[in-house]
Design a protein around this ligand. Structure first.
Ligand SMILES: Cc1ncc(C[n+]2csc(CCOP(=O)(O)OP(=O)(O)O)c2C)c(N)n1
Length: 276
């Protein structure tokens, strides 16, 4: 049973992340809002509760690692990094500007606190597995977390990495599937035929769990369970909603990449408990 205080703390951070994303996309005129929102609760739980990290030491060898394989959701990750203290929150308003440290897709050498360069879909599970196996070789006990999209599961490289991770019993690797049932061009059900998702990971030798990806208690509990699995990596299939948190973004996949009008910005901020 997860302590109520922990849940409330992460929930407040998740709301702040969503408000930051709305503000960033509105002010800079670019970005992917609804893919950020479906992953926001998982990112908040990792950065504000679960991961062993220290913003004062971004290169600390024993830190846990995070790989945002669906890199286009980086506005949510940048918000988490800023609020965690890796760089000033004001810098969020430079999202996607030329020479900004916050590029349109995560570029690790540029952004303080970022562990992996991503954005070309399909790479993140391989990158995470490499980090996880490096920990074993170097006798370090850090853990690696990754988030992949469900449309992204159509990339073959995901399954090469899944097969190898299962074979290597990389139990320090945990992958969340952000199962919002959409990709950019429609639903994953109609386009990529990815279902059933959980069985596929299990067949590649992973421990699997299915959770509500917006229920902070379930996210925290799932990761705590994953830490106890000693001979397999864990895949957490997180049922999510693209745009979760703002009513008019839900069910409208044009918010995959779209900018708020002034009226939409104001309504979104009000719904997220912010001020305009
Ligand atoms: C290799 C590659 N192909 C295409 C794209 C363009 N692209 C960006 S987001 C996206 C859809 C991703 O869908 P999903 O993984 O389900 O993530 P969602 O945004 O729905 O959460 C695509 C095809 C890309 N970034 N990389």
């Amino acid at each position: 049973m997860i302590d109520r205080e922990r849940i409330l703390n992460v929930e407040e951070h998740a709301r702040q992340i969503r408000r930051d994303v709305v503000e960033m996309v509105y002010r800079t005129g670019d970005g992917h809002p609804s893919p950020s929102f479906s992953a926001a609760d998982i990112i908040a739980a990792l950065y504000f509760d679960l991961m062993r990290i220290d913003p004062a030491r971004p290169a600390w060898e024993e830190r846990d690692r995070f790989v945002l394989s669906k890199g286009h959701s980086c506005p949510a990750l940048y918000a988490a990094l800023a609020r965690k203290g890796y760089f000033p929150p004001e810098e969020l308003m430079t999202l996607r500007y030329i020479h900004s440290r916050l590029q349109g897709h995560p570029y690790a050498p540029k952004t303080p606190g970022l562990d992996a360069t991503t954005g070309s879909l399909g790479n993140g599970v391989s990158v995470g597995l490499g980090m996880a196996l490096a920990a074993r070789i170097r006798k370090l006990d850090y853990r690696v977390y990754a988030i992949t999209g469900d449309g992204e599961l159509g990339e073959g490289l995901i399954w090469e990495a899944a097969m190898c991770a299962g074979h290597q019993k990389a139990s320090n690797l945990t992958v969340f599937v952000d199962n919002n049932n959409y990709q950019s061009g429609g639903t994953v059900g109609e386009i990529s035929g990815v279902y059933p998702i959980e069985e596929k990971w299990r067949d590649f030798g992973w421990d699997t769990q299915s959770i509500d990806g917006h229920d902070i208690g379930q996210i925290l509990e799932a990761v705590e369970k994953a830490r106890l699995v000693k001979d397999k990596p864990t895949a957490i299939i997180a049922k999510t909603v693209k745009g979760q948190g703002v009513s008019f973004m839900i069910g409208d996949n044009t918010w995959h990449k779209r900018v708020y009008t002034k009226a939409e910005y104001e309504q979104a901020m009000v719904e997220l408990g912010g001020t305009v």
